[in-house]
Design a protein around this ligand. Sequence first.
Ligand SMILES: Nc1ncnc2c1ncn2[C@@H]1O[C@H](COP(=O)(O)OP(=O)(O)O)[C@@H](O)[C@H]1O
Ligand SMILES: [Mg+2]
Length: 140
Amino acid sequence: MSAIRADSPRPYFNLSINNEQDVGHAVREARREAYLAGFDKANIFKLCTIVAELCRNMLYHAGGGEFVIRHIHSGNRSGIEIEALDHGPGIADISMAMQDHFSTRGTLGIGLPAVKRLSDEMHIESEPGKGTVVKALKWL
Ligand SMILES: Nc1ncnc2c1ncn2[C@@H]1O[C@H](COP(=O)(O)OP(=O)(O)O)[C@@H](O)[C@H]1O
Ligand SMILES: [Mg+2]
């Protein structure tokens, strides 16, 4: 399921992430939204990488979740916010999860640190047993 709200111009796009195809769909939507917002090629690529890492994490570590893109405005700045929300097992120690090469699954462990480096602001909230919300923001 996906929907583009009509109450203001293209405020957000959301998508359930349940398989690899959904991750591809999310990345393509992010690429399009970033292009429409006026991001240059390098930053479009960075946003796509953020989306791929966060969506794969939901799929792999939480069994799926919800992905949202928002166009944001603050004063004379505008940008794009990516949100990944799941009801999976949560992250027991967020500061450990943010370390390079830390993984509870024997995988690369570079996804969350990469999201941090590629975004202007990143915020993680997680409660073990309840789920995880990661927000990453990029200004134009
Ligand atoms: N959505 C999530 N739900 C639960 N745990 C997560 C989630 N995203 C990340 N994690 C935890 O954070 C760790 C680091 O994530 P990441 O840097 O993307 O590396 P990797 O996905 O390769 O393990 C993961 O191994 C996992 O323990
Ligand atoms: Mg990962």
